[in-house]
Each structure stands twice: as C-alpha cells, then as structure tokens.
Design a protein around this ligand. Structure first.
Ligand SMILES: *[C@@H]1O[C@H](CO)[C@@H](O)[C@H](O)[C@H]1NC(C)=O
Ligand SMILES: *[C@@H]1O[C@H](CO)[C@@H](O)[C@H](O)[C@H]1NC(C)=O
Ligand SMILES: *[C@@H]1O[C@H](CO)[C@@H](O)[C@H](O)[C@H]1NC(C)=O
Length: 360
C-alpha cells in the first residue's frame, strides 16, 4: 500500500504579518515577488532537510510557504480541541465523508513538461511537482496571458495525464470560467487560487454550472471587491478553507452565503495588509462593512457561534488530501481585529476579537 510515506505538501500562506513572532518560520519565508513572468518556471529550487530554501522563486505573484512532510498510516479521527458543538458536528461529518482515492499514477518527466502551453504549465521544480515524481501532487498555473481557450486546453492536457493525485491550480489575471474548462480536473482539483481578479463575483461558478466536488481550499490573492452571494459556494461542497489573502478585499457577502459549506473549518478574512500606514479606501470599506456595520451583524453573530473558523490552526488540522495539507496558521494572519469606535478602525490590541462589537 503506497498510502505509507505519501509525501504531503503543506500549504501555508504568509503568516508573517502584524508583528507576529516569525522566528519559527524564518526558514520557510520566501520572497515570491520577483519571479520572471517570461519563463513561468521556478528559477532555483532546492530542498534543505525537507524544507525549501529562501532562494526559491515562485511563478505566481504571491508569497507562499511550502513544506514537505511525511505522513504515515490511515487518517485518524480528528480530535476537537474545543467543546464547540458546531465544530464537533463538522469534524464528525468530515470523518464520515468518503475520501477520494488517489493512485499517484506514473507520469514520465517528458509528459510532465510537455503539457505546458505558452502561459500555463506544471511547476516541475523539486520543491513542487518534482517532474511529476510519483509521490508528488501537481502544482499547476495559468498566468494572466493565458486566455480562456488556452486555460481550457491546458486543463484537458492535465486530465489526460491520468495523474490520480491532488492538483493545485493558480489562475492569474481575470478570465471567464466554463464547465468544460474545469471538467477534466474536477475529480483531482484540491486547491484553487485566484490571483488579481478585480470586482470578482464568485457567482461565475454556479452560473457556469461548474462543480468541483473534492475542492478543499478556495483562495483569493490580491483580488479586490469580491462579491459573494447566497448559492455561490454550491459548486464547492467539500470546502474546508476559504481564504482572502494578500490584500484581497470583500465588497459584499450576502447573508448566509457560507451556509452550504458543511465541512468548513477555516476562513481567512484579512491578510497581507500594512495597517501601520493609511488604510486604502477598499480596506477601510471592507473593514467597516464586515466588522462594524449593522448590515453585517449576521456575520459577526455567525462567527461568534463558530469561533473555530477564525482560530489558529495546526498543520494538517484543516485538510490533508492528494498530497496537500494545510500548514500551521497563526493568530494575526487570519483577520485584523477592528475597534469600531476609533476612526482608524485598527484595534490597539492585535490579539483582540474580530470586532469590538463582539466578545470572543
Ligand atoms: C506519455 O503520454 C502519452 C500520450 O498521452 C502516452 O501514450 C504515454 O504512455 C505516456 N508515457 C508515460 C511514460 O507516461
Ligand atoms: C488511469 O488510471 C487508472 C488507475 O488510476 C487505470 O485503471 C486506468 O486504466 C488509467 N486510464 C488510462 C487511460 O490510462
Ligand atoms: C496587488 O496588485 C496591485 C496591482 O494590481 C499592486 O500594485 C499591489 O502591490 C498588489 N498588492 C500586493 C499586496 O501584492
């Protein structure tokens, strides 16, 4: 059984904000801002006792931290660290949910590189897909230059690899989405990342009748004005994490938008903002809306009943599938504590609750 020693790659996004104690993560912190968009390929990769070194350059425009880990044996039932009954229900449901089986089929290094198109490809570096080595999941991306046709064509090629392992897909730049585009990877797509989409309406997925049944993580990087309506999460029934990262701002969330997510364990609301200088108008509007407005009292009440959603997480505690798992997520990288009584909005106490209007 190859279940043993499956290589698990943790996903952890830049927890080093807001005066957080970063020492423990120093060797995991990379500057991903200087990638060469011309090549779309990692420039240098190397593993250092199972950890990537700082000289790695990632082809997406966000900071990420990747770590190798080795897991053994079958999944054990997660033990709730809190007595929260809603969290206990989520854990129980997750435990009972059938996990897709991945065979990690062999892919030749030639086939691994030849699926690339002009603007899409697999990160073949050692710290990522490692030439599609039989223990690794697939890190795939389409840069902004890839149109809808190219993205669809690329995902068809990924599907033809018959990889039977987890896939992460990073889509940069704004684009349309269609059912045909995602269909070839729908049964292997574990993490979906959007980079630099603006005024993004998440309704585009349900409108296109897309269904990603095993997707565990949905991430927005540097996306502004995200609009979430009721029903928008129906295409992603197995989501464990929703993350608004790298200065992404929300324009609106319709009451009960998160309700269909039966397995949801984590939401990152604000991350990657510089709160020491003047706040951008988008951030101000996002913070005052979600944390302070009367209109979003439902969201604060909802979070108050589910404090586990915005609490720190250990590696693997949120999801572990197809070769990916979440990495440790610390307080200070999940939301910005807001004091609604001050004009600057930022609370003095960085360990404070989500909003001064609630007690946590
Ligand atoms: C590479 O891909 C081709 C076409 O999809 C397939 O016929 C062949 O078996 C693959 N080779 C390996 C070693 O995976
Ligand atoms: C794809 O992989 C499965 C095992 O995961 C295998 O049974 C099947 O024959 C493969 N299909 C093709 C077309 O290679
Ligand atoms: C987000 O993208 C804009 C350009 O679209 C850029 O100016 C800004 O620096 C980016 N922010 C972050 C945190 O990456």
């Amino acid at each position: 059984m190859r279940k043993f020693h499956t290589l698990v790659i943790c996903i952890f996004i830049c927890a080093l904000v807001g005066g957080l104690d970063a020492d423990g993560f120093k060797d995991l912190n990379y500057n991903m801002e200087n990638w060469n968009p011309g090549t779309g390929k990692p420039v240098t990769t190397s593993l250092n006792r199972g950890r990537m070194r700082e000289d790695y350059i990632h082809p997406t425009t966000h900071e990420s931290q990747w770590k190798y880990d080795v897991t053994r044996g079958p999944a054990t039932r997660p033990v709730g660290s809190t007595a929260n009954p809603l969290f206990e229900e989520v854990l129980q449901r997750s435990f009972e949910q059938a996990k897709p089986v991945f065979h990690f089929n062999k892919i030749s290094p030639e086939n691994c590189t030849s699926v690339a198109t002009d603007n899409c490809g697999i990160l073949t570096g050692k710290a990522f897909s490692d030439n599609c080595a039989p223990t690794n999941p697939l890190f795939t991306y389409c840069q902004a230059g890839a149109g809808d046709f190219e993205a669809k064509y690329f995902l068809q090629r990924i599907g033809r690899l018959n990889a039977s392992r987890g896939v992460i897909l990073t889509l940069s730049g704004e684009r349309g989405v269609t059912k045909e585009m995602f269909q070839p990877v729908a049964d292997i797509l574990v993490v979906l990342q959007f980079v630099k989409f603006h005024q993004m309406s998440v309704a585009i997925f349900s409108a296109a009748a897309i269904r990603l049944p095993i997707l565990r993580v949905l991430q927005f990087y540097n996306c502004t004005g995200i609009v979430l309506q009721r029903g928008d999460f129906l295409p992603f029934p197995s989501l464990r994490m929703v993350q608004f990262l790298k200065s992404s701002t929300i324009a609106s969330i319709e009451d009960n938008a998160f309700e269909p997510l039966m397995y949801l364990r984590h939401i990152t609301f604000e991350h990657g903002f510089d709160t020491s200088s003047n706040l951008s108008p988008e951030l101000k509007s996002h913070l005052s809306l979600l944390h302070c407005s009367r209109e979003y009292k439902w969201l604060r009440d909802w979070l108050q009943l589910r404090p586990y959603l915005i609490a720190p997480k250990n590696a693997g505690a949120v999801f572990n599938l197809g070769g990916f798992q979440n990495m440790k997520r610390e307080k200070g990288s999940i939301f910005i504590p807001v004091d609604c009584a001050t004009p600057r909005l930022i609370a003095d106490n960085i360990d404070g609750p989500f909003s001064s209007l609630m007690e946590m």
